[in-house]
Design a protein around this ligand. Sequence first.
Ligand code: ADP
Ligand code: GLC
Length: 486
Amino acid sequence: MPRVLQLAAEIYPLVKTGGLADVVAALPPALVRAGADVRLLLPGLPAIAEALLQPDTVGEIGPAFGAARITLRLGRLPGSPVLAYVVDAPYLYRRGGGPYQDDRGADWPDNLQRFALLGWLGTHLAAGELDPGWTPDVVHAHDWHAAMACAYMRAHPATRATSVFTVHNLAYQGLFSPGDFGALALPPHYMSPEGLEFHGQLSFMKAGLKFADRISTVSPTYAREIATPEFGCGLDGVIRARQSDVSGILNGVDRDVWSPESDPGLASRYSAERPQGKRECKAALQQEMALPPDAGAPLLAVVSRLSGQKGLDLVLGVLPALLRLGAQLVVVGTGEPALEAALRDAARAEPLRVAVRLVYDEALAHRVIAGADAILVPSRFEPCGLTQMYGLRYGTLPLVRSVGGLADTVVDASAANLRNGTGTGFVFNDATPAALEQAVERLVALYHRPSDWQQAMRRAMAETFSWDQAAVQYMALYRGAMTANR
Ligand code: ADP
Ligand code: GLC
């Protein structure tokens, strides 16, 4: 039974800025079901430190990374079957704001120390120096926040464990000033193009890409895309050089959280066999959003971070077409001020057709995904994307751009695919309002053919996207890396 330590900065529902948190909550239990002995290592951000149940002190660590006192505790997070090591370092982690940024959206100035510490402790755990009772065979680091573990493990002679690095989003790289290299306490040659140096800066992402024994990303298509200049964010060369170690494993859907038949927050629960409840969810959503209670108007939704990645400028670009086609639009999101302002203006101009909530609200996200007829995810790039999969589970047909995990999860309801019974949504290629508009037109046309629409809904709801399947693939990845490491 391989012992696997999962390193990450966020975990649903305690600390979440995006899909990473959902993955970190759902993957470890699935790995346990697949036969692994799994523990988590998480930073003691206030919500995490306060939630830890029956914490045992594993070790007091002397001053490091500017923190005078660091305590490693082991306990369980509510609802989780997996033990978690939590790094209690009040000076670095106990503060308001978000995990990476303050309340005004500025990166914390000590992020280098905050996230180097996480990787450094993962390494000392792997070397058997912090908890001699449990030494992992595999350290699995998620995104740049945990990537330094891969460099520290390479530099630490006593670590026998294998490192696996998962890229959830190559666009967020953890870049710092080269002058801060000294704070990492790594041998000097690590600050070179063969190491962490990236165009004169210091890159945590590169620590993962260079030094992990295996690299994975969250969909097969994104695994291929990041080896190209278009999607490689300047790191495609580094990725190409590691091609034989790179793979893509599609994320799953946590059915305990996202299932219309048991979702406690819905106006009415429903399933593919008993879809009537979805109509009530739509009516409730229209009422909540102060939209006319028109059952026949296609209700389109967006639930998203409002960042350039997500292609919401394209949605704004097709608003006139949406209105012309008689659709209603609900947007729930937070992010870039310019996008927030543009969306607020759109809702003000068309209050009976467009409703916008600039909030981060998990329960609202469920009501919107259940109540809408379709969910729009027109991303410029998308490593995996979870909301289109949630849409499929809820019979809310996704309209997506053909990139990354979106391309791997949605089958276009083209005439041919409808005939052969495979279409589950709508897929378009070019990141232009014209291409999105065409896809919206096809969506609305299908919506007005209820029997075809309902068939597509049934197919969508039958998709599994199981975490158990993903866990089996991660287990194979771990075993391959462990064997190669011997
Ligand atoms: P990303 O991680 O790039 O933001 P994903 O689709 O993988 O994209 O995951 C986004 C997650 O965040 C989903 O669980 C989605 O429901 C949630 N989410 C995004 N914006 C909001 C919001 N404003 N309110 C509630 N949940 C949101
Ligand atoms: C990132 C990606 C998203 C992915 C999520 C979880 O935030 O942007 O596509 O679904 O990580 O892996």
